[in-house]
Each structure stands twice: as structure tokens, then as C-alpha cells.
Design a protein around this ligand. Structure first.
Ligand code: ADP
Ligand code: MG
Length: 624
């Protein structure tokens, strides 16, 4: 028998219990990754899916649906389907003028500059909705890895301020995750490509996702990532590419169909799906079909489109991203030649015109080996591994994206920690009083780059009281800012002569209180089991629904070839299956699906043959 040391036994046992993951909580898609041995891997579920749409839909019974089925409900029940919640997290209503015009669900003002999303009688914070996405990602990871997942690194855009980071962390906690660290998306992407091992260098991270574009210029030196500049357009992404195709189709549809019809939610939903599919096909093929077939309302539209035509439609959008690249580089006081590595991130960088234009602009080959929609999660997984004691030789530090300071007499902003300082860090400064006999001072903590306090974001206001009365300028008040590795700020203030002290963990003014987070964590644990079961039940019912539709179609397609006996077996099995959708017990529903799949297998074979025959016929007639 092999001798195994106790040490390795216990660590092996531990490894079995828990996995630490990296999570990319995206505006349009979210996903998790982990490090398997030494290799970062994305979590792929049993259907081969990696991405979870960042969409949460609430049914009439207030069941929560997340991901693909939620996205399907999107345009059909827009008021109760929340997408792009990342646009709202950690932001007050006054920051959201442009977003609110685009979101079909109701967003209300709430206490402490928070917003809440109104879903029927409930009013949810963006943190809670984001937590639903995280819970889903966590549950999928647990299922696939067959271990518990309680610790995670979550990524955020480089431009996220303290409040947005804190809110993201709270979302993680509500989902039952211990958030080891919040890191910048471009930093994670660079990490996935192993660029941290560069002794020194400047890299650009070009990230074109579903609804947003970000360009970040980073300097790497011995594992420290410094964001030299970050810029972008929060309203530019793959959705806009889809829209060009939707516009094209609706303009052409208007010639034969009434306009109101084309604007109906069902048709818009179909248009959006068709457009996205065609766009993605054009990333791999020179031509694709843009096709919408609906029975109710009756709509039929088919058109071929070439990549060249599509490029023409999206060219102005792509050009805009290049303009941002130029500005970001000049903001960092650099020229394109100085950039050594260019990392491509985001599903939309799969569009050939995008990579061509970016390559042409930088004049060097791009890093595109990893899947662009997976790199951020992969890098987060590497960071998670480092933080949990793996990859010992690596060290990664982020920097704070915005300066932190306090308001001085007359409404100025005095900066203690400058933006781009690597964290953790601390800084102190001495202040004094302006009026004779002043016994208290306001400590108004600010974040931002502007000179006037009113132009910066207020993180909170506290009073240092009971200072003994002294002439103006006599008291010596030392203010110390301590910024931890997660970018969370603690402020200490003390008056030298009296020894009066004040210590505050800064609670961002539009964040949640500790009690609120704790309550949400509690509630989510209390509901965890029934939540999971409810969601599984909904998923299974949806599956039955689509099996039903697919079977009807298959019976139709095999009309001439399907033996009568098989037809009646399948029809009977289908009736049983549809009845099973009404059951409560998820195991029974799953069993019914398995039974049906077995009974209908010969039909699936016949259908494949029928489809192959049709394709062959079409090819033959095309060749003739
Ligand atoms: P996020 O905005 O959440 O960061 P992603 O980086 O996953 O999202 O990007 C999502 C976008 O990428 C969507 O608009 C999607 O249609 C697009 N996309 C995904 N695959 C392709 C492809 N093969 N070709 C073109 N666009 C794609
Ligand atoms: Mg992204």
C-alpha cells in the first residue's frame, strides 16, 4: 500500500469539499471558471452551455427564472424581466437618466440614493437581482464540479467606483458567496493570458460585449497592474450590431406587412433572435440567412446577407470604438506603438470586422487564443486560486480607479489617496479648524477627480465632536485613509491634544447597510432549497414545452416516412409528457422527460434522415 502523508490526505479531503471560483458577472452574460489542477477552465453545464444570460424574470406566481428561459420571456413579459441590472448596481437615480429610458421594467427611487426595481408588489434592489444571477452561476458550478462553492472572486469594469464595487460584493454575499476579492475585468483578462509574468510592459484590453465597450490601457510591472486609462461607451456593443439587422428586416417587412404588427413584442422578440443568430453566423461564414417565420401574427421573411453587407452596416459603430482607443492611448500619454500586447475580450470581438480594424489600428497581432467571452472569468479563476493559496509565485495587485479625499473649508476636495495607487494602501494628512472655539469638525469623505466637493461623489459625512475649545488653527486633526485590497475604505480621524478619535468603515451612501445585507443573506438561505426546486421545476416545464413543439414539428416533417405505429406511440407518449408538466415532484417530471425521449428516439432518427434528404434535394436542384 502506498504511504500517503497526513498532510496530503487532509488537503485532498478539503479539495473535495469546496471549489473556489472566478465569476464574470456581465451585463449580458455571466459565467464561472475554476482552476483544475493548474489549468483554468470555464464551467460548462451538461448541455455544453458556458454562458448564462444575465436576465432574471419573475413569473405571475413570483417564481424566479434566470438565464436562457428568462431571456426567452424577455419581450413577452418585459415589465417583470430584468436585464442589464449591472447598469443599475451601486448607482443612484440621478446617475441613470439614459439607462432608465431603455429599461422596460420599473425603477424607483429609494432610501439612501438607492434605486429599487418594482416587480408587482415587491421592490428589489439591484444587489438582490444580481444575487439571483450569482446564485444560478453558483448552483451550476456546484452541480458540474460536484462540490460546494462558497468562495469567489468577482470581476467589475475598471471604471466602477467604490459604491458599485461594494454593491457587487453585497450581491455576492446575498448569493451566499464569500467574495475573496473584487477585481478589474481588464486585469483578469490580462491574467488569463499570463501577461502578469511580464516584468514590465504596457498592454491594451479591448472589450466589446453585448451592450458596452471598454478600452483599458494597463501597465504591468512585476505583478502589479496599474490602469493608466480606461474609457468606453456604456451604450455600444453587440446589441447595436443586432439592431442594424433588425432595422434592415423591419424596413423591408414594412413593404408587405402593417407597421403596428412589426412593432409588436412577439415580432420584436423574433426579430432580435433572428438578428443575433445571423450576426453570429456571419462571424464564421461569408453569407447567412436572416429569417423570421411566425404563425401568429403571420409573418414570413427570408433574406440572404453577405458579410460585406453586414460590415457596411456596422462599420460606423466599429470606427467609434477605434476613436475611443485613440483617446485612451493619448490619455495615458502614449502612442499606439508603445502598446506591446492587445487582449481581445467580449463576445462581439468575434466579429471579423472588429478584429481587423483593431489589428490595423495597433499594427500588431492580437491575443485571441482564448474565447473572448471566457477570458475574464478564466482570469478571475486564476486570481481566486492565488488568493486561496495556489500559484504561490504569482502576486497580483490592482489599483484604485478614483481618488479619495475629504472636503476642506470652502468646499474644496483634498485628495489623500490618488487614483491609480496600488492597493492596499494608506495615507494621512493633518487638518485644523478655521474658527476660534470650534468644538467639532465635519469629515466629509469624497471620491472623484474633480476639485470641488460638490462635483465628487459623497461617500458619507461624519462628525468628530468634543474637541476642546481652542483658537483657530491650534487643533491638530490627523485623518488617515486605509484602503484594503478590495478597495474598501476605512477612515480614522483623531485630534492630537484631546485624544478624541473617530473610526469609520465607509458605507457608501447608496449602498446597503450591514443589517440589510445580513437580512438578505438570511432570507436567501431560508429560501434556498425551495428556490432551487422551484427553478428546476420551471426549467423542466420549459423543457417539456420545447420538446412538445419540436415533436409536433418532427411529426410534420416525417409525415411521409413515419410508420403509423411509431406515430401513435409518440403521440401517446407526448400526451403523457404534457400531463407530467402539471406534476409538482421534480423527479417525476424528469422521469417523464426521460421516458418520452426513449419512446421518441426512432422519430428523431427519421427526422434527421428527412432533413438530410431535403438538404440533398436542395443541393441537387441548386447544382442543376
Ligand atoms: P457582456 O456584455 O456580458 O460582457 P459578452 O462579452 O458575453 O457579454 O458579449 C455578448 C455579445 O457577444 C452579444 O451581443 C453576442 O451576440 C455577441 N457574440 C457572441 N458570440 C458571437 C459571435 N460568434 N459573433 C458575433 N457576436 C457574438
Ligand atoms: Mg464582459
Amino acid at each position: 500500500m502506498a504511504v500517503v502523508s497526513i498532510e496530503s490526505l487532509t488537503s485532498a479531503a478539503k479539495a473535495h469539499k469546496e471549489a473556489v471560483v472566478g465569476i464574470d458577472l456581465g451585463t449580458t452574460f455571466s459565467l464561472a471558471a475554476w482552476v483544475d489542477g493548474e489549468v483554468p477552465k470555464v464551467i460548462r453545464d451538461e448541455n455544453g452551455q458556458v454562458l448564462v444570460p444575465s436576465v432574471v424574470s419573475f413569473t405571475d406566481d413570483n417564481d424566479v427564472i434566470v438565464g436562457w428561459p428568462a431571456r426567452e420571456r424577455g419581450l413577452l413579459d418585459p415589465e417583470h424581466t430584468v436585464f442589464s441590472v449591472k447598469r443599475l448596481i451601486g448607482r443612484g437615480r440621478e446617475d441613470l437618466a439614459r439607462e432608465l429610458g431603455l429599461l422596460p421594467y420599473q425603477v424607483e427611487d429609494a432610501e439612501r440614493k438607492l434605486v429599487r426595481i418594482k416587480i408587482r408588489e415587491n421592490r428589489l434592489t439591484p444587489q438582490e437581482v444580481s444575487a439571483e444571477i450569482l446564485k444560478d452561476v453558483k448552483a451550476r458550478a456546484e452541480k458540474v464540479l460536484n462540490r460546494k462553492v462558497t468562495k469567489a472572486v468577482i470581476t467589475v469594469p475598471a471604471y466602477f467606483d467604490d459604491t458599485q464595487r461594494q454593491a457587487t460584493r453585497d450581491a455576492g454575499r446575498i448569493a451566499g458567496l464569500d467574495v475573496l476579492r473584487i477585481i478589474n475585468e481588464p486585469t483578469a483578462a490580462a491574467l488569463a493570458y499570463g501577461l502578469d509574468s511580464k516584468k514590465k510592459g504596457i498592454i491594451a484590453v479591448y472589450d466589446l460585449g453585448g451592450g458596452t465597450f471598454d478600452i483599458s490601457i494597463l501597465r504591468i510591472a512585476k505583478g502589479v497592474f496599474q490602469v493608466l486609462s480606461t474609457l468606453g461607451d456604456t451604450f455600444l456593443g453587440g446589441d447595436d450590431f443586432d439592431r442594424t439587422l433588425m432595422d434592415l428586416a423591419s424596413t423591408e417587412l414594412k413593404e408587405t406587412h402593417p407597421e403596428e404588427l412589426i412593432k409588436s413584442p412577439v415580432v420584436l422578440q423574433a426579430l432580435k433572435q433572428a438578428a443575433e443568430k445571423t450576426k453570429q453566423e456571419l462571424s464564421s461564414f461569408e453569407t447567412a440567412t436572416l429569417q423570421i417565420q411566425l404563425d401568429d401574427p403571420k409573418i414570413s421573411y427570408v433574406r440572404q446577407i453577405s458579410r460585406a453587407e453586414f460590415n457596411e452596416l456596422i462599420c460606423p459603430l466599429v470606427e467609434r470604438t477605434i476613436e475611443f482607443c485613440k483617446t485612451a492611448i493619448s490619455d495615458a500619454r502614449l502612442t499606439p506603438e508603445r502598446i506591446e500586447d492587445i487582449v481581445m475580450v467580449g463576445g462581439s470581438t468575434r466579429v471579423p470586422l472588429v478584429s481587423n480594424k483593431v489589428e490595423e489600428f495597433f499594427g500588431k497581432p492580437l491575443h485571441t487564443d482564448l474565447n473572448p467571452d471566457e477570458v475574464v472569468a478564466l482570469g478571475a479563476a486564476v486570481q481566486a486560486r492565488i488568493l486561496s493559496g495556489g500559484f504561490k509565485e504569482m502576486m497580483v495587485l490592482d489599483v484604485t480607479p478614483l481618488s479619495l479625499g475629504i472636503e476642506t473649508f470652502g468646499g474644496g476636495m483634498s485628495k489623500l489617496i490618488m487614483r491609480n495607487s496600488s492597493i492596499p494602501t494608506r495615507a494621512s494628512e493633518q487638518f485644523t479648524t478655521y474658527v476660534d472655539g470650534q468644538t467639532s469638525v465635519d469629515i466629509h469623505v469624497l471620491q472623484g477627480e474633480r476639485e470641488l466637493a460638490e462635483d465628487c461623489r459623497s461617500l458619507g459625512k461624519w462628525k468628530l465632536t468634543d474637541i476642546p475649545a481652542m483658537p483657530a488653527n491650534a487643533p491638530k486633526i490627523t485623518v488617515t485613509f486605509i484602503l484594503d485590497a478590495n478597495g474598501v475604505l476605512k477612515v480614522d480621524a483623531s485630534e492630537e491634544r484631546s485624544g478624541k478619535e473617530l473610526s469609520i468603515e465607509v458605507q457608501p451612501s447608496s449602498g446597503l447597510t450591514e443589517e440589510e445585507v445580513e437580512r438578505m443573506v438570511r432570507e436567501s438561505i431560508e429560501h434556498a432549497k425551495s428556490d432551487v426546486e422551484n427553478r428546476q421545476r420551471i426549467d423542466l416545464r420549459n423543457e417539456i414545452d420545447s420538446i412538445g413543439r419540436a415533436t409536433v414539428k418532427a411529426l410534420e416533417q416525417t409525415r411521409d416516412d413515419c410508420p403509423e405505429a411509431l406515430r401513435s406511440t409518440v403521440e401517446k407518449a407526448l400526451i403523457d409528457l404534457l400531463a407530467a408538466a402539471e406534476l409538482e415532484d421534480i423527479h417525476q417530471i424528469q422521469q417523464a422527460i426521460d421516458d418520452f425521449n426513449e419512446a421518441s428516439e426512432p422519430l428523431a432518427k427519421l427526422q434527421m434522415d428527412a432533413v438530410a434528404k431535403t438538404v440533398l434535394r436542395e443541393e441537387q436542384s441548386a447544382n442543376r
